[in-house]
Design a binder for this molecule. Sequence first.
Ligand SMILES: Cc1ncc(COP(=O)(O)O)c(C=O)c1O
Length: 464
Amino acid sequence: MNTFEDFLQEYPSYASTTAIDELRARDYGRLDRGEHIYLDYTGGGLYAESQLRAHQQMLAENVFGNPHSANPTSLFATEKVESARAYVLHFFNADPEEYDLIFTQNASGALKLVGESYPFGPGSHYLLTFDNHNSVNGIREFAHARGAEVTYLPLLLPDMRVDEAGLRRSLALAEDAGHNLFAYPAQSNFSSVQHPLEWIALAQSQGWDVLLDAAAYAPTTRLDLSRWQPDFVPLSFYKIFGYPTGLGALIARKTALAKLHRPWFAGGTITVASVQGDKYYLAEGHTAFEEGTVNYLDIPAIEIGLRHIESIGLEAIHERVRCLAGWLLEELTAMKHSSGLPLVRVYGPTDTQSRGGAVTVNFFDRDGNLIDHRLIEQEANQVNISLRTGCFCNPGAGEVALGFSRVELDVCFAQPGHEDRLSLDDFRLCFDGQSIGAVRISVGLVTNFNDVQALLKFAEGLLR
Ligand SMILES: Cc1ncc(COP(=O)(O)O)c(C=O)c1O
């Protein structure tokens, strides 16, 4: 196997990120103590132990009351929540005059807020890429229910990028009379493709509101909202810095937020509501979207987490991830069985241009037969490697990668007994029981060369 020196020769900039190795030893020591090879950063980021200490100290030393009252403990909690809100906007370089931020449970919660409130109707259009997380796909149900048109933009193999000519044709289909929403991920959680941010202004100039899903992108690439100005940006904080879970955000342009119609009101979202008068008045901005009591004990930990990321430098994280993903791709694709056949097939780009740190593959035996991803996971578990298998809640990308056609899917869904319920095993049977997923290896914040080598050694063990 190639050595660290070979790696450094090819990726010399990795040497500029040694501060992250020191940080890992200091603040993420549990990884090496537990001999964990953690390779699921797209699933969840890892927290530094210092984040926990800082948060615990804040909780231990202060009294937090339920926010939005005028008593001292409430005012303190409100101040911490508002400080976190301002810091997130600052982190993304979002002008607070232009952008607002709603705290949610996760990226899915942010997406649901858009879906249920977007003014879809007959004469409206929801355009989205095949490559999307299910929480973006799910918005189509709100669009369908209100009579809007839904259009999917296909992906091209082998890189799993979008056909730009097709995109331009679809963008020209904005409805003049209705509302048009275009949704795509800044980075795919399947192939790790980073789709062009230039599409934002292009789509807006043709009458589209743009929803840029930044959940997979934000952990390792800077999203500068002074340069790129999507209307809606959902994200989950645990993916960026690991702790706490249960918190995400919808960053939204104020003009776009004003277009949304909330389907109900709840505690905290109104100025006045009357029982006898059967009337309510929604509050302005983010307040109208934050239902009930916000998670005021954990929200301050977001600021701690983001300051931690800033102290490392997102650019350093990005560069390190680029080097490690590049090495992983090169080494994996070079592995051949004695039959001459390759060990893996990569779904997505095999270079480091406009891609993130996830490498999604399937493994094949010496005769070219696919090895079920569940088997790979079981074997990886034996050597304490945490990776992700399946379709990662991104069925559109999965269908393209695995070559499932519309006809095959229609036949499956139309089978008797499949009207309302379909288990994953039933679904698998539609495809002769073959594997319907892939293996995602994702590097992130504190991945080191040894982690990648451990994965490569594991892969080498599959060669025959
Ligand atoms: C691109 C993308 N969008 C949305 C989500 C949904 O995030 P959450 O499960 O935190 O709501 C994910 C989660 O993996 C994702 O990768």
